[in-house]
Structure formats: structure tokens, C-alpha cells
Design a protein around this ligand. Structure first.
Ligand code: C2E
Ligand code: CA
Ligand code: CA
Length: 645
């Protein structure tokens, strides 16, 4: 038999076993001392007249007092309810074993020393007392195997030896009997203890498994909520935080805000320096943003080059703007990437609760609108969604509604603006420009309704109707004059729409070499491969392709020669100040030169005065368009056109 106590070993399952033992024993402890006292008082009482008072009164009283003291200490500790450390429990258990040995020795000695006094009944009582007490104590010490075994040995050995020597057959029989019962009891105790230890171990294993599962679960949860590139919380986490925030803050109407940060120029870094550079740029943006994280500002990556801000408590619009401006400033500083050093800026759109929206979706939408607005008018700065934005949205909503219900064939018309060869002063072609007169809303500017139509597939319908009208105009107009038709970026992005455009052109009787499709550079750049494919399809018709609004976007000159282009239209922003602006003159001269080298025609848009036309002609420009030569006019009024279609 191993006599080391389990609590001297220190692995985790033994610690668990030790704790369980201690707890189980602690519950039995009062019963143990109570039995001991009652039995001892009973035997002292039956010997009170035969044995000396020291043995029947003083000693039992002292022993009972010790038992009471032990019980008091137990009760007090329990009442205090302190949580014990593993080593404290180990010490307590060791003390318990020592106490059990001490009490065992003293009570055995006391019991046996009473034996010589009294008659046969009293002697039998001593034997009964010792045997019943030892059995009761073994039961109570069931969870403290070592203490139970020590006690059995301490009481039983002297007891059996002592009574075997009495030569009294009854007492010897009792001693033998008790010995066998005790041996059986020890056997039961050992089995019970093993089962108990197994149970505790199994429980521990189960708890460990549960703990591991919990850790795994937490890790999964963490990974599902983290953006792997920047290690910032991801969109999912952001939305769930916003949702929670909403649930709490809605009640007391605390102002909070959602911000969307969008990087300006990120795409160019990605295109020019590759995805690795783009990734390290985003990581650095993530680091810079993280520095702003606080109790009141949570930051997440929403995807791509978009980041989310959740301002937990907004004291004033000024404080909101000053943090946002600091964020814009931080993101504007140069980025040292391994391949290059670059600069970008960040634009932020913000929507405040409760003014801008009362649901998470509304706030997000409004922040997105403020961002969209800021991108167009306040690039690199923060814009808070305002009442003015609100009324614009409502206005746009009404236009959208009217556009959806419009009879496009009837309500849409085309105006035509001449493009001249300034050397000969001849009109070479007309640009067709859409006009919409809504029966409910009146005239709506084309850039407004085109943008609204571009939000959905409605644009394809619109393009088809307008193209039909432009081709009808061409069929009836001077066969030497061309027509430029504007396509939307969305048309180019959709192979179905391109196919539909091809079919409409092929079904007409127009000489396709008279037709030019105008596309903006952003339309092609968005998805270069797709854009190029669409343009090839269109030029395969025999139509020409013009790159519109050149100079306003980011397209690098080097991508021009990769496209099947016939002409470039220089945006009118260069023309406004061309007489004084040497830089603009330089740019225009370079573009004209470039076009000549690439065998492209070059059209200058937005020429409004004689002076501008003269300066531009001096720079080598041959083709011009603008109010100076003719404003867009209805098709009936167009020179060489037909009366009506
Ligand atoms: P855009 O393609 O750049 O068209 C030229 C715009 O400049 C036209 O405005 C025209 O009226 C204007 N413009 C021409 N000469 C001058 C000038 O000397 N000074 C000034 N200040 N402006 C001048 P509009 O007709 O309002 O069209 C605006 C935009 O709407 C167009 O810009 C084009 O992007 C879009 N758009 C117009 N019609 C269509 C169309 O049929 N389909 C598509 N997809 N877009 C169209
Ligand atoms: Ca155009
Ligand atoms: Ca243009």
C-alpha cells in the first residue's frame, strides 16, 4: 500500500482530486466529531462510578473540548467562505491527517485505560465503544483514504491485541469480529475511494475538454471578427457593434455617429506598384487608424480601401470634425513602402444618430451619401451628413421614381452639338446629348438623370432608346457628317449591354464609320481588360471610339495606346483659363503632341470664346467643340438634320 498522500503530487488532476476530497470530507467533519463525542460521553457515563474522575470526567471533558474547538474552527472557516489556494488546501489536509492520528491515539489510549475498571457490562461497553467508533470514523473519513487507513491501524491493532490478551472468549470474539468487519470496511473504502478518484478525474477531463472547446470557440470568434490584413475588426464585427450600440443608445438618445473612410488614390497605387504595395499601404493605414482607437471611437476595415468609424458619444459636431480632420491629416502623410514612397488622401463621410437616421442601415446609407458627396466636393476632408444632403436625397428619390415610370421613347429627346474642324470651319460631326422632360418634374439635367439611371440596369434601357434615336437621326441627316454617342461606364461593364448596342447598330441602315462612341477614361480603367474587350467589340462594328473628358481622371497616358481608340476629347476644365494658364497650355500641347504620335484625332471641348479658340489653334488643336461654335440644340434645328423623328 502506498502511504504518500495524493496531495503531495502536483499534477493538475491530482490537484482537482485533492480539492474534491477536501470538499467532501469537510462536509462529513461535524458528523465525525459528533459521533466521537457522543460515543465517548456514553462510555464515560457508564464508568463514572467505577473509574477515577480524571478518567471519566476530566479527560473526556478535555477531549470533548478539543473536539468542540475543532468544530468551531470548521464552522467559522465555512462562514467566512474564503476561497482557498491549492497549497492552503494541501496544508489543511496534512493537518487533518495529523489530527486524526493524534485523536486516534488519545481516544484509543483513553478507551483501553478504562477497561480495568467496572464489571463485565462496562468492559463489553468499552469493546463496543471502540469498535462502533472506529467503524463510524472510517465511514466519515471515506474521502481521506490515508487518514482512514491510519486511523484503522492506530485503533484496530492495539484493540485486537489488547482484547485477544484478555482471555475472555466473548471479548476475543468481539475483537476478531471487529477485525474482520474492519478489513471488509477497508476493502469497501479502497474501492469507493478509487471510484471517487475516477469520477473526479473524469469530471476534470470533461472540464478540460470544455475549456479547450471554449478557447477554440473564442479564437474562432476572434478570427471571424478580425480583418486578416490589417488586424482591425472587420465589417461583420463593426456592424454587430453598431447594432449593439443602437440597442443601448437608442433609449437615452445619446448622439453617436458612423463614419466611412475612403482612400483617394489607393487604386492607382495598386495598379501602378502591384498588390503587394497595395497591401502594405492598407496595413499602414490600419496602423495609423488604430492609433485613434479609444473608448469613444472604434475603428474597423469594412473591405477594400474602406474603413468604418464608430463614434460612441458625440459631444459636438466640432469635436467630431476635429477628430475626423486629424484622421485625414494622419492618412495624408507619406507612406514608405518597400518599393516606393507614396501619398494618398482619405475622405470621410459621417452620419449622426439621431439626426441622420434611426436605424443602423439608415446611418450607414447616410454616411455613404456624405462620403459620396465629399468625394465630389471636399476630397481629402470629412463631411457630416446634413439637412441639405437629406433634401437632395429626397429630390433624387423623386427623380428616380419619375425615371422608373417614364415613357422613355416619348420623354427622352436628343440635342446635338457640332464638332468643328477649325482649319476649314466645317462641322465634322455632332455630339448627341440626352434631354429629359419629365411630365411631373420638368426638365432634368442629363448628368443628374444619367447618374441616377446608372445606379440600376435602367441605364441600359436608356442607352438603347437614345441610341435608337441617334441612329434614326443619322439615317435622315447629311451622310458626310458623323455623330458621337455617349456610353455609360455601366454599359461597357456589361457584355449583355454591349451585345444589345451592337444589335441596335447592326439593325440600322447607318454607315457605322459615321458613328463614334464616347467613353470616359474611368469607365475603361475600372476593369481594364473588360473595358478593352467591350471597346474591341464596338470598334469591330466599324464605329470609332473617343476617350471622353480626358485629363480629369487618373488614366495614365500609357494605357491609351493599349485601347482601340480613334480620338481623345480633352476636358473643358483645361480650356476655361487657357489664355493665361501656362500650365494648361503645356498640358494641352502635350496631349495634342501625344495624339499626333499615336495617330489619334484630338477634340477640345468647352471652347466658349474666340480668344480661346485662337490660343488653342496656336497649340495645334484642329477639332473643337463648345458654345463658341454652337450650343447643343434639338435635332429638328440641327443643320443638315431632319425636321423630326
Ligand atoms: P459630356 O459628354 O462631357 O458632354 C458635354 C457636356 O458639355 C454637355 O453637357 C454640353 O452641353 C456641355 N458643353 C458643351 N460645350 C460647352 C461649353 O462651351 N461650355 C460649357 N460650360 N459646357 C459645354 P450636357 O448636355 O449637360 O451633358 C452633361 C453630361 O451628361 C455629358 O457630358 C455626358 O457625360 C452626360 N450625357 C449627356 N448625354 C448623354 C447620353 O446620351 N448618354 C450618356 N451615357 N451620357 C450622356
Ligand atoms: Ca461626351
Ligand atoms: Ca466630355
Amino acid at each position: 500500500m502506498r502511504l504518500t498522500t495524493p496531495f503531495t503530487r502536483s499534477n493538475a488532476s491530482n490537484v482537482a482530486l485533492m480539492r474534491s476530497q477536501f470538499e467532501a470530507f469537510s462536509r462529513q467533519l461535524p458528523l465525525l466529531y459528533f459521533t466521537l463525542m457522543v460515543n465517548s460521553i456514553a462510555v464515560a457515563y457508564t464508568h463514572v462510578h467505577s473509574a477515577p474522575a480524571v478518567m471519566t470526567k476530566v479527560l473526556p471533558s478535555a477531549l470533548c473540548a478539543a473536539c468542540m474547538l475543532r468544530l468551531y474552527v470548521w464552522a467559522r472557516r465555512r462562514a467566512l467562505g474564503a476561497v482557498l489556494t491549492d497549497s492552503q488546501i494541501a496544508v489543511r489536509m496534512r493537518n487533518t491527517v495529523v489530527l486524526v492520528v493524534l485523536f486516534g491515539l488519545v481516544f484509543t489510549f483513553w478507551g483501553l485505560s478504562l477497561y480495568p475498571y467496572g464489571g463485565a457490562y462496562e468492559r463489553t461497553h468499552v469493546a463496543f465503544y471502540m469498535s462502533i467508533t472506529v467503524i463510524a470514523c472510517i465511514f466519515c473519513l471515506m474521502h481521506m483514504r490515508i487518514a482512514a487507513l491510519l486511523l484503522t491501524a492506530i485503533v484496530l491493532v492495539p484493540f485486537v491485541v489488547f482484547f485477544s490478551l484478555t482471555e475472555n472468549v466473548v471479548l476475543i470474539a468481539i475483537a476478531m469480529n471487529v477485525m474482520f468487519v474492519s478489513i471488509a470496511m477497508v476493502k469497501v473504502l479502497l474501492t469507493y475511494y478509487r471510484d471517487f478518484a475516477d469520477l473526479v478525474n473524469a469530471k476534470k477531463v470533461l472540464e478540460d475538454k470544455q475549456q479547450q472547446l471554449l478557447v477554440l470557440n473564442n479564437e474562432n470568434q476572434r478570427l471571424a471578427n478580425i480583418d486578416s490584413l490589417t488586424s482591425l475588426p472587420n465589417r461583420r464585427h463593426f456592424l454587430s457593434r453598431l447594432g449593439k450600440h443602437f440597442a443601448h443608445e437608442r433609449l437615452d438618445e445619446t448622439r453617436f455617429a458612423v463614419g466611412i473612410v475612403d482612400l483617394d488614390g489607393f487604386k492607382q497605387v495598386n495598379d501602378l506598384h502591384g498588390h503587394r504595395a497595395g497591401d502594405s499601404l492598407l496595413r499602414e493605414v490600419g496602423r495609423r487608424l488604430e492609433a485613434f482607437t479609444s473608448e469613444e471611437l472604434q475603428i474597423a476595415r469594412l473591405g477594400g480601401d474602406e474603413f468604418g468609424l464608430l463614434f460612441g458619444r458625440v459631444r459636438s459636431n466640432d469635436s467630431l470634425l476635429s477628430i475626423s480632420t486629424a484622421i485625414c491629416d494622419a492618412l495624408r502623410k507619406p507612406y514608405m513602402l518597400s518599393e516606393t514612397t507614396t501619398r494618398i488622401s482619405a475622405t470621410i463621410g459621417i452620419a449622426l444618430f439621431p439626426e441622420a437616421g434611426r436605424t443602423a442601415e439608415q446611418l450607414f446609407e447616410r454616411a455613404d451619401y456624405a462620403l459620396y458627396h465629399a468625394k465630389a466636393h471636399r476630397r481629402g476632408q470629412a463631411t457630416i451628413f446634413s439637412e441639405q444632403h437629406e433634401s437632395t436625397i429626397r429630390h433624387i428619390g423623386r427623380i428616380e421614381q419619375a425615371l422608373r415610370q417614364a415613357d422613355l421613347e416619348r420623354e427622352m429627346t436628343l440635342h446635338f452639338q457640332p464638332i468643328l474642324n477649325v482649319a476649314t470651319s466645317e462641322v465634322v460631326s455632332y455630339e448627341s446629348l440626352a434631354r429629359w422632360r419629365s411630365p411631373t418634374l420638368g426638365n432634368i439635367a442629363p448628368d443628374v438623370f444619367i447618374r441616377i439611371a446608372e445606379k440600376s440596369d435602367l441605364i441600359h434601357e436608356l442607352t438603347a432608346v437614345l441610341l435608337g434615336k441617334a441612329l434614326a437621326f443619322m439615317e435622315r441627316s447629311d451622310p458626310h457628317i458623323g455623330v458621337s454617342f455617349n456610353l455609360s461606364a455601366r454599359d461597357l461593364a456589361s457584355p449583355d449591354a454591349v451585345e444589345r448596342i451592337r444589335r441596335i447598330v447592326l439593325q440600322s441602315n447607318v454607315d457605322t464609320s459615321r458613328l463614334t462612341f464616347e467613353v470616359t477614361e474611368t469607365a475603361v480603367i475600372e476593369d481594364f481588360a473588360k473595358g478593352r474587350e467591350a471597346l474591341s467589340q464596338l470598334s469591330a462594328l466599324g464605329a470609332k471610339i473617343a476617350l471622353d473628358d480626358f485629363g480629369t481622371g487618373y488614366s495614365s497616358l500609357h494605357c491609351i495606346h493599349q485601347l482601340p481608340l480613334n480620338s481623345v476629347k480633352v476636358d473643358r476644365t483645361f480650356v476655361g483659363n487657357i489664355e493665361q494658364d501656362r500650365l494648361a497650355q503645356g498640358i494641352v500641347r502635350t496631349i495634342v503632341e501625344l495624339c499626333r504620335n499615336l495617330a489619334l484625332s484630338c477634340v477640345i471641348e468647352g471652347v466658349e470664346t474666340e480668344r480661346q479658340a485662337a490660343v488653342l489653334a496656336g497649340l495645334g488643336c484642329n477639332f473643337m467643340q463648345g458654345y463658341h461654335f454652337g450650343k447643343p440644340v434639338a435635332m429638328e434645328a440641327t443643320a443638315g438634320g431632319v425636321s423630326s423623328i
